[in-house]
Design a binder for this molecule. Structure first.
Ligand SMILES: [Zn+2]
Length: 509
């Protein structure tokens, strides 16, 4: 950055700080909640692309600058993070997920692939990191070869009852907490046709055979997937572990109220743009909800196009009505006919309804005809693309990303989790390594589409997607500089910390 630019930036930040301080406290000093120093900050903000210090107050970024540039004084509660020179990016915004389904993945633990007790233990520890405390870890597939000792399992699962069948389905293992629920101790007698295995001292070893399995099974929930709050909390913790600070939920389930309750109890770590079903909406045509909550926003409807000419009229009528009512409409389209159909409907509605900033979206936009490429560039329709979803092992199969950018199409990146893992670095790597090479994006472009591009796609580009004063303090610290390492190593890069609204919601250690 040039000298005059720095000066201007300092003055602008100074003015903002003074404005904030005067407005909030009347004191002549700002006390930050969080200060990150010694960071390799890539802001994704073209006006101020690099920095090493970020100052956060009230959940938002208040200053971004070079060492000594933003002035602040620590308070008693100021959290300081020395980033050790690591890369800091805006938190990732995944433009296409099925949110509670991410939590549902933790419903059943399959131990069949675990070859050793250490692998079983690692899987159990992984579950305990994301499942809310108190939730049962259920599943099966253990054998004498891969089951760790009860002591080791108990040490790893202090907050979670564990009940796991063996590979035959006839015997089970229960940890200390599960045995406690079932009131099984030294004094418990074996039931007819079953045995509570014990060690030399007579203490239950956790292994239950035959009819003894039922002693614990009665207390374990058969199905935890109806606990949507727990699913969402699990999904939120899991997303945070991948540096995802915002998601756009494409599931038809309408969970906004539930997400808000989670937020009130401090358990929601993810900002959610919660979309409802277009066809469901068409039955009631309810008004678009107010959407100023910084964590849980609504206002989007998701439809599906099959490319069948018979469905075009109905889809067009629904979209026109929803658009008139102020909703943002996004439609799933895979294949040349479906994408062409959605483009035609969007173009028609945009021509017919009053002009406005509507940001229609084609979800997936996969497999479109070369002849339709320019329709993305010539319109304001957003192509919501999931690079890691469609690329095969050789990096082929992805739509022509470079061509889309060349025609000035508007893009946003996401994962479509749980179709594939929510990991944004896998999506970035897929876009950077796609074949043929002439369709590859730069790391900068790919990160931009997973941050500010996705924020734009949900009408939130003034709140997040770049690291700049006034934006939400949603940040991710990575183990490696993905801008300089070979692209093949991007997938191995780890998330060291995830910060949402100035709060550290995930830490690798
Ligand atoms: Zn999807």
């Amino acid at each position: 950055m040039k000298g005059s630019g720095v000066e201007f930036f300092r003055r602008a930040v100074g003015a903002l700080l003074i404005g904030l301080v005067v407005a909030v406290s009347g004191f002549a000093q700002l006390i930050p909640d969080l200060v990150i120093t010694n960071a390799d900050v890539r802001t994704m903000d073209a006006r101020n692309p690099r920095a090493d210090t970020i100052v956060v107050a009230g959940g938002r970024i208040v200053a971004v600058g070079k060492k000594d540039s933003p002035a602040w004084t620590d308070g008693d509660r100021t959290v300081r993070i020395d980033a050790g020179g690591r890369l800091v990016l805006p938190g990732f915004d995944d433009a296409h997920v099925h949110f509670t389904a991410i939590g549902r993945q933790f419903f059943s633990l399959d131990l069949r692939p675990a070859a050793t007790p250490a692998e079983t233990l690692a899987k159990l520890e992984f579950y305990t990191r994301f499942l809310p405390a108190g939730r049962w870890i259920l599943g099966g597939g253990w054998t004498a070869a891969n089951l760790p000792s009860k002591e080791k399992i108990d040490a790893a699962t202090r907050a979670h009852p564990v009940f796991l069948y063996d590979a035959t389905g006839r015997n089970a293992f229960a940890n200390a907490l599960a045995l406690k629920f079932a009131r099984i101790d030294e004094a418990t007698k074996d039931p007819p046709g079953g045995a509570i295995e014990r060690d030399a001292a007579g203490t239950p070893s956790g292994i239950l055979t035959g009819a003894a399995v039922g002693l614990v099974r009665r207390f374990a929930p058969l199905d935890q997937t109806d606990d949507t709050a727990a699913l969402a909390e699990t999904a939120s913790s899991y997303a945070a572990a991948f540096g995802v600070t915002s998601v756009q939920d494409m599931s038809a389930d309408d969970n906004a109220e539930l997400y808000r309750r989670l937020l009130q109890t401090g358990k929601l770590k993810t900002r959610i743009y919660d979309c409802a079903s277009l066809s469901e909406w068409a039955k009631t045509k309810r008004d678009r909800p107010k959407t100023d909550d910084p964590f849980v926003r609504q206002g989007c409807l998701k439809g599906i196009a099959d490319g069948d000419a018979d469905s075009t009229r109905g889809l067009s009528d629904e979209i026109a009505a929803a658009d008139k009512a102020g909703w943002q409409v996004m439609v799933h389209a895979i294949g040349p006919r479906a994408v062409a159909q959605v483009l035609s409907v969007f173009e028609h509605v945009a021509r017919t309804n009053d002009p406005r900033d509507r940001r229609f979206r084609v979800e997936h936009a996969h497999g479109f005809r070369p002849a339709d490429l320019r329709r993305f560039g010539n319109s304001e329709i957003i192509a919501s693309v999931q690079p890691a979803l469609f690329a095969d092992a050789a990096g082929r199969g992805l739509d022509p990303l470079r061509s889309l950018i060349d025609v000035k199409a508007t893009l946003a990146f996401g994962s479509d989790a749980t179709m594939i893992p929510i990991d944004p670095l896998a999506g970035i790597a897929a876009a950077v390594e796609t074949n043929p090479p002439r369709q590859r994006l730069s790391v900068e472009e790919a990160v931009g589409l997973y941050t500010k591009g996705a924020a734009f796609a949900e009408f939130a580009e003034n709140e997040k997607g770049v690291i700049a004063p006034g934006r939400f303090a949603d940040l991710v610290i990575l183990s490696d500089d993905i801008f300089s390492i070979p692209p093949a190593r991007i997938r191995q890069t780890r998330v060291l910390a995830t910060i949402v609204g100035g709060r550290v919601v995930y830490s690798a250690d």
